[in-house]
Design a protein around this ligand. Structure first.
Ligand code: DGY
Length: 328
């Protein structure tokens, strides 16, 4: 089927111009061409009359949004694999198909995870800060001593697509891998499945790769941090609220654990001020999927989903709620 003139698609943030050009060939595009998110009232205004939306993790897609989209809105392609910003059950009630962008960002996110691990245990940002502050230095056998990854145990919380990719890379660095999954052991995973308690007590590096939902919010709090070894570190490239940030600040400050590396935060874009004061904490601004190829591929997947529903009137392959698909 060909697009009809009224097939308006709202893109809620600036994305790669190559993806915009492809979308433009199919839809009447309304692009919020800015690095800043749309204000809530603008978001609700601009969804009115749109057949599809390409949304960001920072857009709250709830009942009010879906009501503003009314009967015209048929599909929402979230430019992310995580969809904790979306009330999927409400979308199903409103018959809006939700799609996300799995697979294409696993490698990039895993690479950032390994970068953070290495940066933390080898103290890369600390070294960089020393040089930039013009602190006098000279090579010394006992100065800026870190730890290696080889021979250590990596504990993966959530062995999904990204967790598996992290495991694969960690093996190449000589690590032993164990994992804890809420749904139990993963078929064909050549790593030892353990309870979260055992993982926390055993791992030298704990890396979080679970989705954010009611069961995983504050999965790691003061008690869990206290179970970790004092020389262990924690890495989070999943979602900020999986860790109780205030408890983490205390645990690192009081040397309950040796450090943390975070790409995501509890109240993004805000970062807990206590984290900023700690040398043994490495911070990056939610950039796990941030490579040009990955962001392009995420855009392509969103385009596929929008085309599938609006033009071909079929369910997209990455639909999270296929039951929401309306009859042609
Ligand atoms: C995701 O995909 O969920 C990331 O957090 C954004 O790329």
């Amino acid at each position: 089927m060909s697009p009809s003139a009224g097939d308006r698609v709202l893109v809620t943030r600036r994305i790669a111009s190559s993806v915009v050009a492809k979308l433009d060939a199919y839809f009447d595009l309304d692009v919020h061409d800015s690095e800043e998110p749309l204000r809530r009232d603008e978001l609700l205004d601009r969804v009115a009359g749109a057949a599809g939306v390409l949304s960001m993790v920072s857009d709250r897609i709830d009942d009010a949004f879906l009501r503003a989209g009314d009967k015209d809105l048929r599909v929402l392609a979230n430019y992310a694999v995580g969809f904790d910003n979306i009330d999927v059950a409400a979308a199903s009630r409103h018959r809006v198909v939700i799609a996300n962008t799995p697979n294409v960002l696993s490698q990039a996110t895993a690479e950032l995870t390994l970068s953070l691990m290495l940066a933390l245990v080898r103290r890369v940002p600390e070294g960089d800060r020393i040089l930039r502050s013009a602190t006098p230095w000279i090579w010394s056998p006992t100065w800026m001593i870190g730890r290696g990854l080889a021979g250590g145990t990596l504990g993966i919380v959530g062995l999904g697509r990204i967790g598996k990719e992290v495991a694969r890379l960690a093996i190449a660095f000589g690590m032993d891998v164990i994992y804890a999954n809420r749904s139990g052991a993963v078929a064909d995973a050549p790593y030892r499945s353990v309870t979260l308690e055992e993982l926390l007590a055993t791992a030298d590096v704990v890396s979080l790769h679970c989705p954010l939902n009611d069961e995983t919010r504050h999965l790691i709090g003061a008690d869990e941090l206290a179970r970790m070894k004092p020389d262990a570190v924690i890495v989070n490239t999943a979602r900020g609220p999986v860790i109780d940030e205030a408890a983490l600040v205390v645990a690192v400050r009081d040397r309950v654990i040796a450090g943390a590396a975070l790409d995501v935060f509890e109240r993004e874009p805000e970062v807990h001020s206590g984290l900023l004061e700690l040398d043994s904490v490495v911070l990056t601004p939610h950039m796990g999927s941030g490579t040009a190829e990955t962001r392009e591929a995420m855009g392509e997947l969103c385009l596929d989903a929008l085309k599938a529903v609006i033009i071909d009137e079929r369910c997209p392959r990455n639909a999270l709620n296929p039951e929401a698909m309306r009859a042609p």
